[in-house]
Ligand binder design. Structure first.
Ligand code: AMP
Length: 384
């Protein structure tokens, strides 16, 4: 009798995404091994955790020897680490896709090459460069770091050209290390995201478009499938497919989009499972986490259809009481096992129903019991 060896998925970064990937991997018979430099990384509560820095090559060599495929919970893993690992073990998505998605300038340039329009943008390296970019783009505008920014971090909004000094004061010090980009501020009608997955064999699927609302640059609420997306779904899927094929991408990614005058504009791409796809755990036939594990390990992909309509609340900073969610019909509580901290994503809840008409009153009731009516309001306005 031969001994059966279960595949092992290595995950760089041990946050809530790694935690949900590990939970989705288990029923597929896939073991996980997580690397994070924090001993209390929350994925460590559900999967073996190796505590090491991204530059600890001795620890990374031991990690590479134990896993079949390496993937990411965190896209800002240094490119050198990803390349070094890719010489020893399969890394999915590939380091090239990661490098492009880490740089807002390279990312937006690629969007345009793929036929996806973007807000006007200019690279900024110096204080004079900021003036030149402002003269071209005008105000309002947003100055962002090209690298290492996420959830609205590393951004400064300029309401007029007179804010240039303040913007440079806030971000100028990062120009040399990370580069900056000035983007036109888009007074968008809606923010949508398309979560997509591409398998090792090129099989490509998207989940229905998700509508997202952000507070201070951080996702607060998602609703899926977004309403009135008939014309946009096909276009978003086509653009995501072109991007995935250009990058020879394997795994799940999210493409964040603005809708302006009925047209799609590309904001950014996340080369990993994404917060706006958390609703797929209970709201779709196959979740983004399960399909990511399937994709990177070369398994067939699962159906991405929505079961009905789902709304997801993000819990930022601290958790509200769980009881109103636990008591509601088809409502799902996710506690990431983290300590409370301002601005930190500590959990989420997803409410599902067969139809928008069924979801609206439930959402209203649960949000009121949680004292989160303000957070839920945009979704029930859209559903009603
Ligand atoms: P980001 O980290 O670039 O995804 O930005 C976080 C959030 O800030 C986005 O989801 C938008 O709500 C807002 N935002 C970013 N860039 C722009 C822009 N060019 N115009 C308007 N809003 C933006």
């Amino acid at each position: 009798m031969s001994t059966r060896r279960q595949p092992v998925l290595g995950i760089l970064g041990g946050g809530q995404l790694a935690r949900m990937l590990a939970l989705a991997a288990a029923p597929l018979g896939v073991n996980t091994l997580v690397v994070d430099n924090a001993a209390d990384a929350c994925a460590g509560q559900v999967a073996p955790l190796l505590v090491a820095d991204w530059t600890d090559y001795e620890a990374l060599a031991a990690f590479a020897a134990k896993v079949d495929v390496v993937t990411f919970d965190f896209e800002n893993v240094p490119a050198e680490t990803a390349h070094w690992l890719a010489e020893r073990v399969t890394v999915s998505p590939a380091p090239r896709a990661l490098a492009i998605a880490q740089d807002r300038l390279a990312e937006k340039t690629l969007f345009r090459e793929c036929g996806l329009n973007t807000p006007a943008f200019e690279a900024v390296d110096t204080r004079e460069g900021l003036d030149r970019a402002l003269a071209l783009i005008g105000a309002p505008a947003i100055l962002k770091t090209r690298r290492l920014g996420y959830d609205g971090k590393g951004q400064f909004r300029l309401m007029s050209i007179h804010d240039a000094d303040a913007a440079w004061h806030a971000l100028g010090a990062q120009a040399a290390a990370h580069g900056l980009i000035l983007e036109a501020f888009v007074p968008f009608e809606r923010e949508l995201s398309v979560i997509a997955v591409r398998g090792r064999d090129g099989d490509f699927r998207t989940w229905p478009l998700t509508r997202n609302w952000h507070t201070d640059g951080v996702l607060s609420l998602s609703l899926a499938p977004a309403a009135q997306i008939e014309a946009l779904q096909q276009r978003a899927t086509g653009l995501a497919r072109t991007l995935a094929e250009r990058l020879d991408y394997v795994g799940v990614f999210a493409l964040e989009l603005f809708v302006k005058d009925g047209e799609l504009l590309g904001n950014e791409m996340a080369p990993r499972v994404h917060n706006s796809g958390h609703w797929t755990i209970e709201g779709a036939l196959t979740s983004q986490f399960e399909n990511h594990v399937r994709a990177v390990l070369g398994m067939p992909l699962g159906d991405t259809a929505a079961r009905g309509v789902a709304a997801m609340f993000n819990w930022i900073g601290e958790l509200p009481p769980a009881a109103p969610v636990l008591a509601a019909v088809d409502a799902h509580w996710h506690d990431y096992g983290k300590q409370s901290r301002p601005g930190r994503k500590v959990g989420h809840a997803t409410l599902c129903a067969a139809s928008a008409a069924q979801l609206a009153p439930r959402l209203r009731e649960v949000a009121a019991a949680l004292q989160r009516s303000d957070q839920a309001e945009p979704a029930w306005r859209e559903l009603s």
